[in-house]
Unconditional design. Structure first.
Length: 568
């Protein structure tokens, strides 16, 4: 690099003027063409145009620059033809170019395009019956069919044309991406001329390995000999959405999930759920499916969504734990995946109103054994995924991912309070944390990041924990409870040992003002052969954010639900 500062030129269709403007932010030009002409023999790429919303200016897109650069090139050629003319003559010609060249060029393009479309309608593609019959496959299978003639359905993810006789399509079918090459008459049909991103198509051709030194998804490409349009996409595809501001992208989530990053995240969500199930099935757990509509409560009633259930007041579940506990005596170790709902008006990068919750309950266990099982889950699941074919996607999205080392750090709540105060981490109101304070999720995240190790934070005060958690034998002010914290992930899971003596459970009801008769079915577990037991709940979206390096929890689910966001 020369070290010279590149000139910035500003344009504004709303506030600029090609006559009185000078290209500065205060006095912008009106058009990009004037900015290019003003920049001399070598047009600068640092041209800014009107922004969106609160953004006053934004860099001009490559498409905008490309379109106007063609006019610039034509102007340079015309300038050479009149180089002996005086300056006034050149200025008149340049002004005329600005006023007339673009409209004239558009007319010429429209006429040429109209003729191409009419000619394209006359071209009818036919399937060559002398070639081998094409077998229909998915893109992920293509590596096993190199040298074969295949039929593949999918969507145009990217489209690139080189003249009238060459076209490259990156095809997407949900299982992968495939580079496809179309030549000559295949590029000249009516449908080919109008083809754009997000159109659905059927392609037939031979899969061949790409030459060394070139790159393509899967290391191969399809040389197409026949294709059909299934359905058109809109002009320009989804580029205008996928390059838009975050709020516009959120309002078009149904289109955004087609992007490479979002589709990979959703694919890995499926892979993660499968790996978790394999982990538990390998250890003889049984999966159950508890109800989502509850008559009773397990958590703070103020954060439950009310439901009119045939005239009775019910709630959407925050946890299926109580139901899982009823399964222990018949099924042993159990787990479930379920949607849980939290009616908190919170908007942070780690909160959702609807979460996917993995919940586990285990009989005849102690707190340390529960912590061992929780760390085993994390390490085994990460190991399974990284060793699978999908491990490459993990490394692509999160290059620094590593399998956590066991055992995880054990830290008592009281030690956490001391650590926060020793490191000058205070509450929002500026006070230091005291015993009995609930440690906010963001503070836990900060502490885990600073320690840079997985932490099993345990033995919280009973005053800040639910009624069903058993007391710590050595200090009944504490509960046998745990939170799992991961660096760059924060609080991923929480659990505890459960009260398993009926008299102690009845005292818990009394302390929180709950009618024990509503929980007759839960109480009966303490009458018919009770046992020490415990469990935990893990928020799938938070685990995904840690695993895939997602910056916002809304990336980790299909259609996120959070405060004031329920448009789909």
């Amino acid at each position: 690099m020369s070290g010279e500062q590149e000139e910035l030129i500003y344009t504004s269709e709303k506030n600029g003027s090609d006559e009185t403007g000078d290209g500065t932010e205060a006095k912008p030009f009106k058009t990009i063409l004037r900015a290019i002409l003003n920049s001399g023999d070598k047009p600068t790429r640092m041209i800014f145009v009107d922004g969106i919303g609160d953004v006053t200016y934004k860099p001009a897109t490559q498409m905008q620059l490309k379109n106007f650069s063609k006019s610039f090139t034509k102007d340079q050629s015309n300038s050479k033809e009149v180089q002996d003319s005086d300056k006034e003559g050149q200025d008149i010609k340049r002004s005329k170019l600005e006023d007339e060249t673009e409209p004239k060029k558009k007319v010429e393009d429209e006429e040429t395009r109209r003729k191409r479309l009419e000619d394209g309608k006359k071209i009818i593609l036919t399937l060559d019956e002398t070639l081998p019959k094409a077998e229909t496959i998915k893109i992920y299978q293509a590596i096993n069919y190199r040298g074969c003639r295949l039929k593949i359905y999918g969507w145009v993810h990217r489209l690139r044309r080189q003249g009238k006789n060459l076209m490259f399509i990156t095809l997407r079918d949900g299982t992968g991406f495939l580079e496809c090459v179309l030549n000559d008459v295949l590029c000249q049909t009516y449908n080919a001329i109008l083809l754009s991103n997000e159109a659905s198509v059927m392609l037939i051709g031979f899969i061949t390995e790409i030459p060394k030194g070139k790159n393509a998804p899967g290391g191969h490409e399809m040389h197409v000999d026949y294709w059909e349009l299934v359905a058109f996409g809109p002009p320009g595809g989804a580029d205008h959405i996928q390059k838009a501001e975050p709020d516009i992208q959120a309002d078009n989530r149904h289109i955004m999930i087609r992007s490479e990053r979002n589709s990979k995240i959703l694919k890995m969500r499926s892979v993660l759920v499968q790996a978790i199930r394999e982990h538990y099935f390998a250890r003889e757990y049984c999966e159950v499916t508890p109800p989502t509509i509850l008559k009773t409560q397990g958590e703070d009633i103020s954060t439950l969504f009310k439901v009119d259930f045939f005239g009775e007041t019910a709630h959407l579940t925050q946890s299926s734990q109580l139901y899982l506990e009823t399964c222990l005596s018949s099924l042993g170790d159990v787990f479930c995946f379920g949607q849980c709902f939290i009616a908190e008006k919170i908007m942070t990068c780690s909160h959702l109103a609807e979460n996917t919750l993995l919940e586990v309950e285990c009989p005849f266990i102690e707190l340390e054994g529960l912590m061992v099982r929780l760390e085993d889950l994390i390490c085994d699941v990460v190991d399974r995924i990284l060793k699978s074919p999908y491990g490459l996607i993990i490394y692509e999205l999160n290059p620094d991912i590593e399998i956590p080392e066991k055992p995880f750090m054990r830290m008592n709540y009281s030690d956490a309070i001391k650590y926060l105060n020793d490191n000058n981490i205070s509450r929002k109101d500026g006070r230091y944390f005291e015993f009995g304070d609930d440690i906010p999720e963001m503070t836990k995240r900060l502490m885990a990041d600073m320690i840079n190790k997985p932490i099993l934070l345990c033995r919280f005060p009973s005053a800040i924990k639910p009624f069903y958690m058993s007391k710590y034998k050595e200090n009944e002010e504490l509960t046998e409870s745990i939170d799992l914290l991961l660096p760059d992930g924060g609080e991923i899971a929480g659990g505890s040992m459960r009260i398993w003596h009926l008299d102690e459970l009845l005292k818990g009801y009394e302390m929180v003002g709950i009618d024990p008769e509503l929980y007759f079915w839960y109480n009966d577990q303490r009458k018919y052969g009770s046992c020490p037991h415990g469990g935990y709940g893990l928020r799938l979206e938070r685990l995904m954010c840690w695993l895939l390096n997602c910056k916002h929890i809304s990336e980790a689910c299909l259609y996120p639900r959070y405060f004031n966001n329920c448009k789909f």
